[in-house]
Design a protein around this ligand. Structure first.
Ligand SMILES: *[C@@H]1O[C@H](CO)[C@@H](O)[C@H](O)[C@H]1NC(C)=O
Ligand SMILES: [Zn+2]
Length: 468
């Protein structure tokens, strides 16, 4: 049924899409869709695009939430006015691409500093001097850059590592790629938005500078690590995988209910790489390798596979057999670093950590409200009447964050690792103090990880899957 929809949509849309996308073979919309299809999926995913081409959400038939537009799920009143402009921009993504390359043809060569100076305010520039600090305030940086933290931070890091020069990245393509990545995050999501992506990228940078990694990673590894961090939640709808499955969302069908979101983030990233032709000057094997490894890194952020990665990590550490001269071992370490970066909120200083906790809970409760409204079973941790920010956080820290960071600290026994574990303990104590019933006595609760919560681990894990 659903595929029938795809094919009929395909024939309608193909009449207006430009030739390039029409090169995708008709049968490409399939489970193992890859490559070019990712471009198309990006557009399919946008309900507003569907309605532009004559497909109102109602006509899809497979979605019980007739008017639910995942892009505006979390929208607030004030964002309503900006939708038409965005809709037009996205609808004509490819035309826009053509137009911009036309406009830029013959434009004076842009150097990185020019791009920086153009938009920067002095304070943001100043902050970037401490971009490697664990206390980096990404919320402040986002305000100072007028909501462009992901673009500026990622651009700055790529430049700082010398990757732009080394890989001869075209400045115009790179800038376009980063702007599109940032735009494809949903600002309306309280948590899974471009600021989260910027925060994960900043954390990734901190880990890449840890001695064990800095000494062994190649420039290629660093490029992949930063790109994976920046794109790892691309186009996140603000609801979790179980929600997509139970509402028969087409992405769940497309990815066979397996790592649905992560597959979509990856495909979306590949779509943008191809659309902007960022790596088109590299040998085909290299750009394919980038796409493949990007996928393997992003898929590792699926928290439902947490135990698998954690036990592999533990076994390597027990046997002390990680050999970072091997590309496959370096890749595994990058996967673990990205996993840490993705769930490092509880390891940040309280003032930052607390804001993330509030945002992620807001997103969960919002999902719970939709589930309530549509008389669906309310997902674990999403019921605002049964959970508090504190109870959600304590469970998450105990069952997901602490075990991961304990192993990371074994692997990379540094001051940063100790700092992160220190904040984790303090933050957990702070939440316990705010939630006396969660641990009986907050003083006992904070020193005994096993006792500090009443959340069973499965609930904590499902929360994790939403945070990733
Ligand atoms: C995905 O899960 C739903 C609900 O359990 C099920 O109806 C559907 O057949 C599953 N799809 C695939 C491709 O496994
Ligand atoms: Zn994430």
């Amino acid at each position: 049924m659903r595929f029938k929809f795809f094919f009929s949509l395909w024939s309608v849309t193909s009449s207006w899409c430009i030739k390039k996308i029409c090169n995708v073979r008709r049968g490409a919309i399939s489970y193992d869709s890859s490559d070019q299809t990712a471009l198309y999926i990006r557009m399919l995913g946008d309900v507003r695009v569907r309605s532009q081409v004559g497909f109102e959400p109602e006509r899809r038939g497979s979605h019980p939430y007739l008017g639910v537009d995942f892009r505006t799920l979390h929208s607030r009143a004030e964002s309503a006015g900006s939708i038409p402009a965005r809709r037009i921009r996205r609808l004509f993504s490819f035309q826009r691409h053509l137009l911009s390359s036309r406009l830029l043809r013959g434009a004076p060569h842009l150097n990185p500093l020019h791009i920086l100076d153009e938009d920067y305010c002095g304070q943001a520039k100043c902050m970037l001097e401490k971009v490697g600090s664990w206390n980096f305030d990404i919320f402040l940086f986002d305000r100072l850059t007028n909501g462009n933290s992901l673009v500026f931070l990622t651009f700055n890091l790529l430049n700082q590592y010398g990757l732009i020069e080394l890989f001869q990245l075209d400045m115009v393509k790179l800038r376009r790629f980063l702007v599109l990545v940032q735009e494809d995050y949903h600002n309306q999501n309280p948590y899974h938005n471009a600021v989260h992506a910027a925060d994960v990228t900043q954390a990734m940078h901190c880990y890449l500078r840890e001695p064990k990694l800095a000494q062994s990673l190649t420039s290629f590894d660093i490029l992949l690590g930063l790109l994976a961090a920046a794109t790892h939640d691309l186009d996140h709808p603000g609801v979790n995988q179980p929600f997509l499955i139970k509402t028969n969302h087409y992405l769940a069908a497309l990815y066979r209910n397996t790592s649905v979101l992560e597959n979509h983030h990856w495909r979306s990233a590949v779509g943008l790489l191809r659309e902007t032709e960022l790596f088109s000057h590299l040998p085909v094997e290299d750009s394919l390798s980038i796409e493949r490894q990007l996928g393997s890194l992003i898929l590792a952020t699926d928290i439902s596979r947490q135990n698998e990665y954690l036990s592999r990590f533990r076994t390597h550490l027990d046997e002390n057999d990680l050999c970072l001269g091997h590309a496959s071992h370096r890749h595994f370490v990058l996967q673990m670093a990205l996993k840490c970066a993705d769930i490092c909120n509880p390891c940040r200083p309280w003032e930052l950590s607390k804001q993330w906790s509030e945002k992620v809970t807001e997103e969960f409760f919002h999902q719970g409200d939709i589930e309530k409204k549509h008389k669906l079973e309310i997902s674990p941790l999403c019921d605002s009447e049964a959970n508090t920010i504190a109870s959600v956080q304590i469970g998450f820290m105990t069952y997901v964050v602490e075990p991961l960071f304990a192993e990371w600290a074994r692997f990379s026994d540094t001051r940063l690792s100790q700092t992160m574990l220190g904040h984790l303990g303090l933050n957990k104590a702070s939440w316990s103090a705010l939630e006396p019933e969660a641990s009986g006595s907050s003083e006992e609760g904070e020193s005994e990880p096993g006792r500090a919560t009443e959340e069973p681990s499965s609930r904590a894990l499902s929360q994790g899957s939403q945070e990733s």
